[in-house]
Ligand binder design. Structure first.
Ligand SMILES: [Zn+2]
Length: 64
């Protein structure tokens, strides 16, 4: 699973060759920010899940 603030890797890297994105908004749409150039991409949750490769780093240890 993924959550707000997580760092994720997508199937395709950004045009700047970085493949680390931070999830900055979760809702009907998901916004991710490129960790290198700060470029922001918005996509539907469905598209996000299709393009997501893996979660690299969890933001908070929120497991209970
Ligand atoms: Zn970038």
């Amino acid at each position: 699973m993924y959550d707000l603030g997580d760092i994720v890797e997508m199937k395709k890297p950004h045009a700047c060759q970085t493949n680390q994105w931070e999830i900055i908004r979760m809702g009907m749409d998901i916004k991710i920010k490129c960790c290198n150039c700060q470029h922001i991409v918005m996509m539907s949750r469905k598209d996000f899940e299709k393009r997501l490769k893996k979660v690299v780093e969890k933001s908070i240890e929120a497991d209970k």
